[in-house]
Design a binder for this molecule. Structure first.
Ligand code: SAM
Length: 251
């Protein structure tokens, strides 16, 4: 039996990735085996695609258990309701979300650009004394779940807006102590926009994909305007990392 080496558990849904070529029958056998191994898992699916498109979603194929893609995932003491097929979510970033939440000081105003299901907003609200945690998300389905997540976790300092960051940010008429930019493939192109809404001495958390050789180049690129700290927060592809640049504004 070829059991997959890589998988994610999101709520009670297990999504695996398998590099070996399997027949449909073999795939189902693997899925049924995984279902038997863990009584908390109710759905086993295969990752049928990479994250793609504007909404950064991925296709999945259900192979065993119940026929559904909605679940509730628990991380860092918050509940996150989602549809794993229609919204982006990575349980692998839970430590990174907690790292950011622990940097937040009392009474900060925070903006999460590209907020998705609002996992950053929820974890920050739970683990800090932020005054406000705003979020802007373009995927209407992710936004709907995010609103529900705020309601089920009973947080009162989270404010979520649906739409394109470049349009919605203007409507907030507000500057922020901290702006989080978790869209690694494109976040760099929004940095000037973020700077317009960042308070003096504010901090940007810019997520990027990068190989190790480019780390110093990236640090130099931002060191004129910011003091820079780089954190590796996971592997994206062989030798390519997801990184976060904590950029504290100097001027
Ligand atoms: C990589 S996901 C991160 C979602 C969430 N912050 C998280 O950590 O789970 C990026 C999100 O940005 C959204 N997005 C992409 N372009 C956007 C834009 N121009 N304005 C607002 N949201 C956008 C996508 O729909 C997606 O949900």
């Amino acid at each position: 039996m070829k059991l997959p080496k890589s998988y994610d558990i999101i709520g009670d849904i297990l999504i695996f990735e398998i590099k070996d070529k399997l027949t449909n029958k073999e795939e189902k056998q693997v899925a049924n085996e995984l279902l038997k191994l863990n009584s908390n898992i109710k759905v086993v699916a295969k990752r049928a695609d990479i994250y793609k498109g504007k909404y950064r979603t991925r296709n999945i194929k259900i192979l065993a258990g119940e026929n559904r893609t909605e679940t509730i995932h628990r991380e860092n003491g918050v509940n996150i309701k989602l549809d794993v097929k229609k919204c982006y979510f990575s349980p692998r970033l839970s430590q990174e979300r907690l790292r950011i939440a622990k940097l937040v000081k009392k009474n900060e105003d925070i903006l999460v650009m590209f907020s998705g299901l609002a996992p950053y907003n929820l974890v920050i609200s739970k683990h800090s004394k932020a005054k406000s945690v705003y979020g802007i998300e373009i995927n209407p389905i992710a936004h709907k779940y995010a609103l529900e997540n705020v309601r089920i976790n009973r947080f009162s300092n989270i404010h979520l807006f649906k739409g394109d960051v470049s349009k919605e940010i203007k409507k907030l008429r507000k500057k922020f102590d901290r702006i989080i930019m978790p869209l690694p493939k494109e976040s760099k192109s929004y940095i000037n926009l973020a700077l317009m809404y960042l308070k003096k001495n504010g901090t940007i958390h810019l997520y990027l994909f990068s190989d190790e050789k480019s780390f110093n180049i990236l640090k130099r690129e931002y060191s004129k305007k910011f003091s820079v700290k780089l954190t590796k927060c996971g592997a994206y592809a062989p030798r390519i990392y997801r990184i976060c640049l904590d950029l504290k504004r100097k001027i």
